[in-house]
Design a protein around this ligand. Structure first.
Ligand code: GDG
Length: 470
């Protein structure tokens, strides 16, 4: 395979493997925003994408799917358990989300993380053209920037961190805290969701490595003098066009009406859409809602909460426990309050096609985003994008990256159950004029700062570095 000017490195390839009834294999582009944001760039500059196909022990040669050159990385069953489910999702994920669940520290998981990161780095170093660009994504691959730089000093390297970066008091727990900082500092530009994440990272670099930090620039000492690294916030967003297209479709609008009817025409539909993850505050949200019903501030005839909890990381213990807790809580509340005609909570532990998600957003009068910690939270932005009539209310946790931008949402601290209850009541009772005033400003923000604006601003920062190199 020829080398590529622009190489994306992410844990997952941007395609899903679909095996037909006759055993034939095809690849379908995954619906994620990252693919949409990078597709134009990949096509205009001759790009390639390094990633895992999502299945253990699958050895694949590089191939092209939907015009994107793909370089698959094979992971053994044990590597999936130790690098992915272990170190990425049971060490880094809980630690970086403020230890909502206790992080597990295992030396063999770390070893697998180093081995797998090296495999990704070698593939990227092999794929990238002379003086090309490598853009690494997310917490599964924090060592890749340094590894690529060691193999290919000619290359410009960007890294984007999709999840929060924790305060030093928490970060300091990580037994491999210095190695991870050095891994990230292999990049020329390190992007975070919020200014706070960038500041925590810079503080960790100052304290742990004693490197010079001035504003957003770290001076990384090397054999041939120091190298500046920019660490700064580039808040991610959504590709708004598929949402705007779908809300204009009569069948999607009809489906939204059908959903309301099927719930017995409640006055207000409340909606939560999350991967079933302990960072998302699903329990806090349901507890608050259950108390409002129990206290008679809400009536089951008037409101329904639809909670989509899409299955996630089902082999990690913390997720198994969380599912049990949530399902116990949901069935208690429904058991205590349901009538033959009305249900308090319509709980769906399922994934849905995007058309159905958009019909749900259209049907929802109130969107509940109550994450305890979240890098950005794209669901909040998707809901806003679908509200073309400027109706609807977003209740938004201040612990999401989205809260920095979406100032006209009803802000909550999800740990404060009384405050959360009041916020839900504010949203349920908000007058249309007030809804419109807030939603207009929220929509302006989301439509102007879409995912293309995000990728352009990151790539501009990266080319500024390249210009300096040259
Ligand atoms: C990480 C960070 C950051 C969910 N269920 C279904 C479905 N979804 C879609 C949503 C949304 C996406 O998944 C979830 O994105 P979020 O941003 O809300 O959360 P994470 O998955 O935790 O993402 C996060 C993000 O990376 C990007 O940087 O914002 O903070 O944690 O698009 O709509 N989509 C469909 N069916 C479902 O059942 N089709």
């Amino acid at each position: 395979m020829n080398t590529a000017e622009f190489v994306v490195v992410a844990n997952r390839l941007p395609v899903d493997r679909v095996v037909g009834a006759d055993g034939s294999e095809t690849w379908r582009t995954s619906p994620g925003g990252l693919v949409a944001a990078l597709e134009p760039v990949m096509k205009s500059v001759d790009g390639a994408w390094v990633g895992w196909a999502g299945q253990a022990d699958l050895e694949l040669e590089p191939f092209v799917a939907n015009d994107i050159r793909l370089i698959p990385i094979a992971l053994s069953e044990q590597e999936v358990a130790e690098y992915y489910e272990g170190f990425a999702n049971d060490t880094i994920w809980p630690l970086y989300h403020d230890v909502i669940a206790p992080p597990q520290y295992h030396r063999e998981w770390w070893d697998a993380y180093v081995t797998v990161n090296r495999r990704f780095a070698e593939a990227a170093a092999h794929a990238v053209a002379q003086n090309g660009t490598v853009w690494v994504h997310d917490y599964q691959l924090q060592l890749v920037p340094e590894m690529v730089r060691a193999l290919r000093p000619d290359v410009t390297i960007g890294y984007f961190h999709h999840i929060p970066f924790p305060a030093h008091g928490l970060y300091a727990q990580l037994p491999w805290r210095d190695q991870v900082l050095r891994g990230l500092l292999g990049a020329d530009v390190i992007g975070f969701q919020r200014a706070q994440d960038a500041n925590y990272f810079l503080a960790a670099v100052r304290r742990r490595l004693q490197y010079n930090v001035k504003a957003s620039i770290v001076d990384v000492p090397g054999e041939t003098g120091s190298r500046p690294v920019l660490a700064k916030a580039f808040p991610i967003s959504i590709d708004t066009s598929p949402y705007l297209d779908l809300i204009a479709k009569p069948e999607v609008q009809a489906r939204a009406k059908e959903i309301r009817e099927s719930l017995g025409h409640p006055k207000r539909i409340l909606l939560g859409v999350d991967r079933l993850d302990y960072t998302k505050g699903i329990r806090h949200r349901i507890k608050a809602y259950g108390e409002l019903l129990a206290e008679g501030r809400l009536k089951v005839e008037d409101v329904t909460l639809i909670q989509v909890a899409s299955p996630s990381r089902e082999r990690v213990d913390a997720y198994v426990h969380l599912r049990d807790e949530i399902e116990l809580l949901v069935s208690r509340i429904n058991g205590d309050t349901d009538t033959m005609d009305h249900s308090a909570i319509r709980y769906l532990h399922q994934g849905f096609p995007r058309e159905e998600m958009v019909a749900l957003y259209l049907a929802a009068d109130v969107m509940l985003v109550t994450a305890l910690r979240d890098g950005m939270n794209l669901v909040a932005k998707e809901y806003i994008a679908t509200r073309a009539d400027n109706r609807g209310v977003l209740v938004l946790s201040e612990f999401t990256g989205a809260a920095d931008e979406l100032r006209q949402a009803v802000r909550v601290n999800p740990h404060d159950i009384e405050g959360l209850k009041d916020a839900i009541m504010t949203a349920v009772e908000m007058e249309p004029a007030e809804q419109g005033r807030r939603m207009r400003s929220l929509r302006k923000r989301v439509l102007e700062h879409d995912v293309n604006a995000w990728s352009s601003s990151f790539l501009e920062a990266l080319s500024a570095v390249r210009a300096r190199h040259a």
